[in-house]
Design a protein around this ligand. Structure first.
Ligand code: HEC
Ligand code: HEC
Length: 324
């Protein structure tokens, strides 16, 4: 338990909206926050405690942070997730930076809100593997938690307030202030000449920007790039599982590219080990399959162009902030 470590992290009661988060260059100042769960420093601090609490897992070893490691932009270095008792999941742990700007959650978008999403890993038998009652009971057992919930919510911990606190903390996890953001703000020297060429490629010849767009480099949509297909079949049907539409077979949510160069491996199944492999993958036009997105086509990039593109992606590493 990290209770002791994080004790004292609670700030005095002063409810404030999302705008109170420290601004980070390059990010939207506005974050849509559900009116039912206004973002307050008390909730975020409490959510942070819960996020690092291994006691919320069946074997007492797996906190949210065990998979979403703060020093790796809140992902880990594995191909797919490993949860309580060493149980292996089927998908790669996504970064959590800037998910407060997201419009759906999980690789297939099966969760519509963070409030709904954040309790699921606690219940997932391959992740933290607790029952709802057990999870709530474990939190209620600690007087420090009970006090903190009273301060943040005015009531004892229950499933809803635990989820609200975790969602509030996740909203504070952001990445901005990158070299690219400084360049966009007018500092022409923030990108090298090669990185500027890479930016041009990203926006034109390499076609990345059609999906990886906006301040967070994602359209929050689902696309089939061919990742996961072999011999004309795919095990994980992705977005199809949510919509049941054949055309969504093998589509996954476009991830942010912020912090990408330091968060390998890549893709929902961790199947690409390096950014060079990612760029080669796109340059070859993805993996052929019946539902391949029309925007995934061979790019004809030269070796220099590939290096420039990679250089540009490296300019998207910035400052990862969490909490208030
Ligand atoms: C065992 C590893 C593991 C643990 C523990 C874990 N997660 Fe995750 N997390 C994942 C994986 C894998 C996914 C993607 C799953 C999918 O798409 O089906 C994910 C997805 C998410 C997402 C959605 C991100 C997005 O871009 O859609 C959020 C938010 C999240 N986790 C928060 C949490 C919180 C909060 C906790 C603790 C209560 C937690 N996770 C515990 C592995 C883990
Ligand atoms: C048609 C939309 C589309 C285009 C065009 C596109 N991407 Fe992607 N990108 C995605 C989707 C969807 C994923 C996740 C695929 C998966 O995991 O199955 C992804 C994943 C990635 C990842 C892995 C991120 C992570 O955290 O795992 C990187 C890096 C990336 N793309 C870079 C690029 C670059 C560079 C280009 C241009 C050469 C590009 N993308 C073009 C949709 C697109």
């Amino acid at each position: 338990m990290l209770l002791a470590l994080l004790a004292g992290a609670l700030l005095p009661a002063a409810p404030c909206a999302g705008q109170a988060l420290e601004p980070l260059q390059g990010l939207d100042a506005y974050m849509a926050i559900p009116p039912a769960n206004p973002l307050t420093p008390e909730k975020a601090a409490l959510g942070k405690r819960l996020f690092f609490d291994e006691g919320l897992s069946a074997d007492g070893k797996v906190s949210c942070a065990a998979c979403h490691e703060p020093e790796r932009a809140f992902t880990d270095a594995r191909l797919v997730a490993v949860g309580a008792f060493g149980r292996t999941g089927t998908r790669r742990v996504p970064k959590l930076v800037n998910r407060g700007f997201g419009t759906s959650f999980f690789w297939d978008g099966s969760s519509p809100t963070l409030e709904e999403q954040v309790f699921k890993p606690i219940l997932n038998s391959l992740e933290m593997a607790l029952s709802e009652d057990e999870a709530v009971e474990r939190v209620r057992r600690h007087p420090a938690y009970v006090r903190a919930f009273r301060l943040a919510f005015g009531s004892p911990p229950d499933r809803e307030s635990i989820a609200f606190a975790l969602a509030s903390y996740v909203r504070t996890i952001r990445s901005g202030d990158s070299a690219y953001d400084r360049f966009q703000a007018g500092d022409m020297d923030a990108l090298s000449v090669g990185q500027r060429r890479g930016l041009k490629l990203f926006r034109a010849k390499a076609n990345c920007v059609v999906c990886h767009l906006g301040p967070n480099f994602t359209d929050e949509e689902f696309h089939n790039t061919g990742i996961g297909w072999s011999n004309g079949a795919i095990e994980d049907a992705g977005r199809f599982r949510v919509t049941g539409r054949a055309s969504d077979t093998g589509s996954f949510k476009t991830p942010t590219l912020r912090e990408a160069s330091r968060t390998s491996p890549y893709m929902h199944d961790g199947s690409l080990a390096t950014l060079d492999e990612v760029i080669d993958f796109y340059n070859d036009g993805g993996i052929a399959n019946p539902y391949l997105d029309a925007e995934i086509v061979p790019l004809g990039l030269s070796e220099t162009e590939k290096l420039d593109l990679k250089g540009f992606l490296e300019a998207l590493n910035g400052r990862v902030a969490d909490g208030f």
